[in-house]
Design a protein around this ligand. Structure first.
Ligand SMILES: NC(=O)c1ccc[n+]([C@@H]2O[C@H](COP(=O)([O-])OP(=O)(O)OC[C@H]3O[C@@H](n4cnc5c(N)ncnc54)[C@H](O)[C@@H]3O)[C@@H](O)[C@H]2O)c1
Length: 338
């Protein structure tokens, strides 16, 4: 098997493209060969040996073909592609097709490729805090049972069970990362119910208006009561890289699920961070239009987790809350990086 070949699905998306750029510029992985896949043509980092493939992974044949590209058998698959939370809530059938069926197709293709090559391929799957819902303890721990209250969370949990079972049976070496909500996301608003959490920072920093679907005005108590579990893109992608390095024996014996570290914030704290970094004019660009569906989906997600298991495995956490994240995004905007 060729060493240091990494396959990333969803590589045209936000975290997949950042992961590809991070792997390409990290001295520890700079010699890596990247196979980048997305239903939209992914962009390969200029400083990496990379193959960019446009493929629709709802077609199992296209998933299988990723393992016979001539680039070698990957030692690691990062399975990041998917339809985000609001998108899969609004179109249930498409959500299941992409978020369950195509993930299983990639998992099966990984299993077959590993068996052909006589190796155990690492399968790193990005899950979400959306697997949780219903009555929850004040702090979610590794032992909290996941009872999703959205189509997106349901699909992620189904995938997790497959990845755990394929790991138990020795088909793949699975690592399941339950992500916090990632802020600030660059680019256009996405079909995630959490999209506004980035939008209310990103758009005002660009001098544009943004809509907040929580509360009717800046005075709304909902801005204080809706607590959120978040992490920055840089810290999260650093944790994706670390997930490949954790020795298999360090994970709990009965599950490969890890809740990646995050911190608790509120919409009010986000707006305060925006004001601190960019002033009252930036805050004035936020319009409030309460959206019941959006509020219900976001409110069903837990906002406090125990980070200790993940930190014990060597994963890292953002320090300093929202202000450094907003400041970093502003600097990236000024530098034309986002
Ligand atoms: N960003 C977050 O806040 C967050 C939070 C929790 C979990 N996650 C998870 O992390 C992963 C990456 O998230 P992201 O924010 O980068 O999402 P994204 O929407 O930016 O990227 C997902 C990519 O998947 C691709 N895709 C969709 N259907 C496909 C198909 N049939 N075949 C091939 N590619 C297809 C899309 O084109 C897109 O580029 C996802 O699995 C997501 O569920 C993200």
């Amino acid at each position: 098997m060729a060493q240091n070949v990494i396959l990333i699905t969803g590589a045209g998306g936000f975290l997949g493209s950042l992961l590809a750029r991070t792997l390409a510029s990290d001295p520890q992985t700079a010699d890596v060969k990247l196979i980048l896949v997305d239903v939209i043509e992914p962009k390969a980092p200029s400083n990496a040996e990379a193959l960019a493939i446009k493929a629709d992974l709802t077609d199992p044949a296209q998933a299988d073909a990723l393992f016979s590209t001539g680039f070698g058998v990957p030692d690691t698959v990062y399975c990041l592609h998917g339809i985000m939370s609001r998108g899969s809530e609004d179109n249930f059938d498409l959500g299941v097709k992409v978020n369950v069926d195509s993930v299983r197709a990639v998992l099966d293709a990984t299993r077959r490729a590993g068996q052909r090559a006589g190796t155990l391929i690492k399968f790193i799957f990005t899950s979400s805090l959306a697997v949780y819902g219903g009555p929850l303890p004040p702090v979610v721990t590794q032992d909290t049972i996941a009872t999703p209250q959205s189509a997106y969370g349901m699909a992620k949990l189904v995938d997790e069970i497959f990845v755990n079972e394929y790991t138990r049976r020795g088909f793949v070496d699975g690592r399941i990362l339950r992500l916090p909500t990632i802020v600030v996301r660059p680019g256009a608003p996405s079909a995630a119910a959490s999209s506004f959490l980035s939008g209310i920072i990103r758009e005002p920093l660009r001098g544009l208006e943004s809509t907040c679907p929580i509360g009717d005005s800046l005075a709304s108590p909902a801005l204080d009561t809706l607590a959120l579990w978040v992490a920055s893109p840089e810290t999260t992608v650093r944790n994706f890289v670390l997930a490949r390095q954790v020795p298999a024996a360090r994970f709990l014996a009965h599950t490969r699920v890890v809740c990646l570290p995050g911190f608790t914030t509120t919409v009010r704290e986000e707006i305060a961070a925006l004001e601190r970094v960019a002033g009252k004019d930036a805050v004035a660009r936020i319009r409030f239009e309460d959206d019941e569906t959006n509020r219900r989906v976001v409110s069903s997600w837990p906002a406090r987790f125990d980070n200790s298991y993940a930190l014990g495995l060597g994963f890292v956490v953002d320090e300093g809350g929202m202000v450094p994240i907003v400041e970093r995004f502003k600097q990236q905007l000024l530098a034309g990086e986002v």
